[in-house]
Design a binder for this molecule. Structure first.
Ligand SMILES: Cc1cc2nc3c(=O)[nH]c(=O)nc-3n(C[C@H](O)[C@H](O)[C@H](O)COP(=O)(O)OP(=O)(O)OC[C@H]3O[C@@H](n4cnc5c(N)ncnc54)[C@H](O)[C@@H]3O)c2cc1C
Length: 598
C-alpha cells in the first residue's frame, strides 16, 4: 500500500538519482555503508513511523499532556514510540562510531527523520531534541559529560531539551537573566526562569538533560556573556546512578495551537523547591568555555534549523498525499464543458482548479524536500571533505542556504497544508480529517528556532555580505553550473535555465544595489521580502536540478516531476520580479509608518 506519509519513490529519486548518495561510501567516513544499508534504514524508519508514531497522532493532539501539580502525564503511546526508536538504535544513527553511532550520512538520517515528523511531529520532537542535545554535548562537552549524559541519551534512557528562551528574551537572547553562580567544586548553581521549553518534565525517561543558557555574574554584557550548562532533572551519583532531584520545577504547561503531544513548559531553576546538597540552586555543569555558550548553540543550531525545515516539509508532504487521495475519491460536479445534469459526478481531481492546488502542493513539498536533502548532503561533504577547498565550499553554501532551508518550507509547506484543507472543502475544516491538524502543527515552524523575520535579517545582514559576499559567490557558482547543464540539455530545461539565470542575476544585482546606497536601515526594512524572493529563486534552481535528473526517463513519476517543475517556473518564479523591484527601490513605507497611524 502507498504510504500517506512521504513518497518513498520520491526519496529514492532525490537521494540516488539526483544527489548520488550511494557515492558517499567511497569516502572513509561512510566506508562501512552501501546503498543496501541506506535502504534498510529508510525501510526501518518508515515501518517504525507507521507503526509507532502515526498510530497516536490524533490521540496525542486530542489528549495533550496534563499536570496535576506534581506529575506530568503523557499518553502511553509516546513512550512506546520513543522506546521503539531507542531499541532500533535510531537516535545515534548519524553520530560517530566512537560514541556508539552508526555514522550514517546526515542526508539518509534526515530522510529517515522525515518519516517520523510526517507521522507524528510532536512525538518526533522528543527524538529531535534528544538528538540535538546529544550532538551538542558530544561536540563541546567533556569526556565525563559524554559518559554521564550523552551515552544514556543515545541509549534512550535519558532525553534532552534545549532551554534558551525566557519570557522577556525570545528573539533577543542577549537579554536572558538566568544566572549561574560558580561553586567551589567547579560546578554552578543556576537561578532563573525559562519559557517555552519543549520536551521538559515528563516521566518517560529516567532523567532529562536540559541544556541551559545562563550568564555567569561579572561576565561581558550582551550575547558575549552567555554560557551553556548541562542541568539534569536528577543529579547523577557514583557509577551513573540516578541521584537526588535537582532544583528545577515545572511552573506550568503551555497550551498550544498545534504540536500538542509534546510538553511545552515554564521552568524555574533554583527557586528552592528542591535542595540538592541541602541548598537551593539548580546544579549545572559548564559546557565548553565560559561566555561561549551562544557560539556553541549556534554551531548546532544550523543542524537544528535543517531539522525544523525538514519537519515543515514532512507535514506539508503528508497533507499533500492525503489531499491527493481525497481528490481522487471525492465525486463532485461535472466537467466545465458538460451540459448534462444527469451525467455522473466526476472526482474533484478532474477539475483544473483542484489540480492547480495539488500541483502547487507538489511543487512546494518536493521542492522543499530537495533543498533539505541537498543541505544535508552538504553537511556530509563537510564531515568527510577530501580537501580544505571542498570543506570551505560546503560550509559557505550551508551558511547561505540554512536560513532559506529553515524558512522557505516553514512558509510554503504551511501554504501546502492550507491548500490541502481547501482541496478537502468543508471536510478539511473538520477534525475528522487529518489536514487541519497538519496545518496547526506546521504553524509553529515559522516561529521557533529563529522567527521568519530573524532568519531574513540573518540572510541579508550576515550571510549574504559575509566575507565580501563569498557565500553568495559560492551559490552563484553552483547555479551557473546548473544553468550551463540545462543549456547543454536543450529544450525545456534550457528555456527554464534562461529564466533562472535572469532571476538570479537580477537578485545579485539588486543585492549589490541595496547596499551601494549606504542606507542600511532601508535595505534591512524589507529583509523578509528579500528572503521570500531569494527562497523562490533557490527552489527554482532545485526544480531545474530535479528536471535534469529526470531527463531522458519515461513514466508517470518522471512526467509528474516535469509538470511540477513547469508549474514552478510558470506560476511561482514570476512572483519574484515585483518583489525585486520593490527591494531595489529601497522602499521606506514600513519605516515611515508611524505607531500612532495604526
Ligand atoms: C511551541 C513552542 C516551542 C518552543 N520550544 C522552545 C524550546 O524548546 N527551547 C527554547 O529555548 N525556546 C523554545 N521556543 C521559543 C521560541 O524559540 C521563541 O518563541 C521564538 O524565538 C520567538 O521568541 P518570542 O516568542 O519571545 O517572540 P519575540 O522575540 O517577541 O518576537 C515577536 C515578533 O517580533 C519579531 N521580532 C523580534 N525581534 C525582532 C527584531 N530584532 N527585528 C525584527 N523583528 C523582530 C519576531 O520576528 C516576531 O514576529 C518555543 C516556542 C514555541 C511557541
Amino acid at each position: 500500500m502507498r504510504s500517506m506519509l512521504i513518497s518513498r519513490r520520491d526519496l529514492d529519486f532525490l537521494l540516488y538519482d539526483w544527489l548520488l548518495i550511494e557515492e558517499l561510501p567511497k569516502r572513509e567516513r561512510f566506508a562501512e555503508h552501501s546503498r543496501e544499508t541506506f535502504d534498510a534504514v529508510l525501510e526501518l524508519c518508515e515501518q517504525l513511523a507507521t507503526r509507532f508514531f502515526a498510530n497516536h497522532n490524533k490521540k496525542s493532539d486530542a489528549h495533550e499532556p496534563t499536570f496535576d501539580g506534581k506529575v506530568v502525564s503523557v499518553i502511553p503511546e509516546v513512550k512506546q514510540a520513543l522506546d521503539a526508536v531507542a531499541a532500533a538504535d535510531v537516535i545515534a544513527m548519524a553520530m560517530d562510531e566512537g560514541l556508539g553511532g552508526a555514522q550514517l550520512p546526515v542526508a539518509v538520517a534526515q530522510a529517515a527523520y522525515a518519516w517520523f515528523a510526517a507521522a507524528n511531529v510532536s512525538t518526533a520532537g522528543y527524538l529531535m531534541l534528544t538528538m540535538a542535545n546529544a550532538n551538542l554535548l558530544a561536540t563541546f562537552g567533556t569526556a565525563e559529560q559524554i559518559e554521564t549524559f550523552v551515552k544514556p541519551m543515545l541509549a534512550g534512557r535519558f532525553s534532552g531539551t534545549m532551554a534558551l528562551s525566557e519570557t522577556q528574551a525570545g528573539s533577543s537572547l542577549a537579554d536572558i537573566t538566568t544566572r549561574a553562580e560558580p561553586q567551589p567544586d567547579g560546578s554552578y548553581r543556576l537561578f532563573g526562569s525559562k519559557m517555552w521549553i519543549s520536551g521538559a518534565e515528563h516521566e518517560m525517561t529516567e532523567n532529562i538533560v536540559n541544556l541551559v543558557l545562563a550568564k555567569i555574574p561579572g561576565g561581558p554584557p550582551g550575547t558575549k556573556g552567555i554560557s551553556l550548562f548541562s542541568v539534569p532533572k536528577y543529579l547523577i551519583g557514583d557509577g551513573g546512578r540516578i541521584g537526588p532531584r535537582n532544583d528545577i520545577v515545572l511552573v506550568g504547561l503551555n497550551h498550544k495551537m498545534g504540536q500538542r503531544g509534546i510538553t511545552n513548559t515554564v521552568l524555574n531553576f533554583g527557586d528552592g523547591s528542591f535542595q540538592p546538597g541541602g541548598e537551593p540552586g539548580a546544579v549545572g555543569y559548564l559546557v565548553g568555555e565560559a561566555h561561549r555558550g551562544l557560539a556553541y548553540m549556534f554551531t548546532m543550531m544550523n543542524e537544528a534549523r535543517l531539522g525544523v525545515g525538514m519537519g515543515a516539509v514532512a507535514l506539508g508532504y503528508t497533507g499533500y498525499l492525503k489531499s491527493l487521495e481525497y481528490a481522487r475519491q471525492r465525486p463532485q460536479g461535472r466537467p466545465a464543458t458538460s451540459k448534462d445534469p444527469a451525467a455522473a459526478q466526476i472526482p474533484i481531481i478532474e477539475h483544473a482548479d483542484v489540480r492547480r492546488m495539488l500541483l502547487a502542493q507538489k511543487a512546494y513539498v518536493e521542492g522543499g524536500l530537495g533543498l533539505l536533502l541537498y543541505c544535508a548532503k552538504l553537511v556530509d561533504l563537510q564531515h568527510s571533505a577530501e580537501s580544505d577547498d571542498e570543506r570551505d565550499t560546503a560550509q559557505m553554501l550551508l551558511d547561505i542556504l540554512t536560513p532559506v532551508a529553515k524558512s522557505w518550507p516553514s512558509q510554503w509547506c504551511l501554504a501546502a497544508n492550507d491548500l490541502a484543507i481547501q482541496v478537502h472543502g468543508g471536510y478539511g475544516y473538520s477534525r475528522e480529517y487529518d489536514v487541519e491538524q497538519h496545518y496547526r502543527d506546521n504553524r509553529l515552524n515559522p516561529i521557533h528556532e529563529g522567527t521568519h523575520g530573524i532568519q531574513s535579517l540573518d540572510l541579508l545582514g550576515r550571510k549574504v555580505t559575509h566575507r565580501d559576499g563569498a557565500n553568495l559567490h559560492a551559490l552563484d557558482q553552483v547555479i551557473v553550473a546548473t544553468v550551463a547543464a540545462a543549456r547543454r540539455s536543450g529544450g525545456e530545461p534550457a528555456a527554464d535555465g534562461d529564466l533562472l539565470e535572469s532571476a538570479w542575476q537580477r537578485l545579485v544585482g539588486v543585492t549589490a544595489a541595496m547596499f551601494a546606497a549606504g542606507d542600511i536601515e532601508s535595505a534591512m526594512a524589507n529583509s523578509a521580502l528579500y528572503l521570500e524572493a531569494f527562497g523562490h529563486i533557490v527552489i527554482a534552481w532545485i526544480w531545474l536540478e530535479q528536471l535534469l535528473a529526470a531527463e531522458g526517463r519515461a513514466g508517470d513519476f518522471y512526467d509528474g516531476k516535469r509538470q511540477a517543475a513547469r508549474f514552478f517556473f510558470r506560476y511561482e518564479l514570476p512572483k519574484v520580479a515585483p518583489q525585486l523591484d520593490l527591494l531595489e527601490s529601497l522602499d521606506r513605507t514600513t519605516l515611515e509608518m508611524r505607531e500612532s497611524w495604526f
